[in-house]
Design a protein around this ligand. Structure first.
Ligand code: ADP
Ligand code: ADP
Length: 229
């Protein structure tokens, strides 16, 4: 089953300026439920643009984006925010944790930001996720006192607190040494298997890309190669 479909997606930056730039050219792509995908490509090939559109952080200039066969292209700002909160998790190269808050508080941060109540169920889930990422001992530690790899694992737990269907990761290991990189990869894979979360991972790391199930290579705003194992 498809979870996500891009249909002739075009992104033009500066559309109404003298120098419009077409960053995505009629991209057609779909992603299977529970799949584990990598997006690779040189700097400027359109990876972040595509991830931002999939993540509803940015809108396509034309074309359609469908989640579970539902067209979200015409959602307004509020509908998109609500959709994004419920369905999509984000992991970035820089984890954007709040340093003076504990690991647990950081995992719960999406609830604070969207002013949703932290119920017992949510709290239990936060504990479960911290356990899953191997940080149950550190839940009351300020994130500033955690190592880079540990901080990224907190960010991974945070990305899952709303039980998203799909997690978008932009260079999740870009800032980590090779041990932490392997660790984070193993963790994402475990979550993919156990929680059935779909992953789309932008990475420059060939070794990581090759361990995923599908490698999509972008070039000049187009899908250049698309290889499923
Ligand atoms: P990647 O993530 O593969 O490095 P991007 O999606 O960031 O590529 O960028 C694709 C192209 O779009 C690049 O040529 C970039 O300069 C251009 N671009 C990205 N964001 C903007 C923007 N806000 N305004 C104008 N051009 C942009
Ligand atoms: P890049 O890969 O181009 O260097 P980043 O990975 O830093 O960019 O971020 C990708 C996009 O997501 C940017 O447009 C940024 O504004 C946005 N972004 C970064 N952090 C968050 C966040 N915590 N929540 C929502 N959007 C974010």
């Amino acid at each position: 089953d498809k979870i996500l479909e891009l249909n002739k997606v075009v992104k033009i930056y500066g559309e109404n300026t003298k120098n419009p730039y077409k960053a995505l050219h009629e991209v057609d792509l779909f992603f299977e439920k529970h799949s584990f995908n990598a997006i690779i490509g040189q700097s400027g090939s359109g990876k972040s643009t595509m991830l931002n559109i999939i993540g509803t952080l940015d809108k396509a200039t034309s074309g359609r984006v469908l989640f579970n066969n539902e067209d979200i292209s015409n959602y307004d700002k509020d509908q998109l925010a609500e959709f994004r909160n419920r369905r999509i998790g984000f992991i970035f190269q820089f984890h954007y944790l709040l340093p003076e808050f504990t690991a647990l508080e950081n995992v719960l941060m999406p609830y604070q930001i969207s002013k949703q109540e932290v119920t017992d169920e949510v709290l239990n889930r936060a504990h479960y996720l911290l356990e899953t990422v191997g940080l149950d001992k550190y839940k009351n530690t300020l994130s500033t006192n955690l190592s880079g790899g540990q901080q990224q694992r907190v960010a991974i737990a945070r990305s899952l607190i709303n039980q998203p269907d799909i997690v978008l990761a932009d260079e999740p290991t870009g800032n980590l040494d090779s041990d932490s990189t392997e660790n984070v990869y193993q963790l994402l894979r475990k979550i993919n298997k156990e929680l059935k979360t779909t992953f789309i991972i932008i990475t420059h790391d060939r070794k990581i890309a090759e361990k995923t199930d599908r490698i999509i290579e972008l070039k000049d705003g187009r899908v250049y190669t698309d290889i499923t194992k």
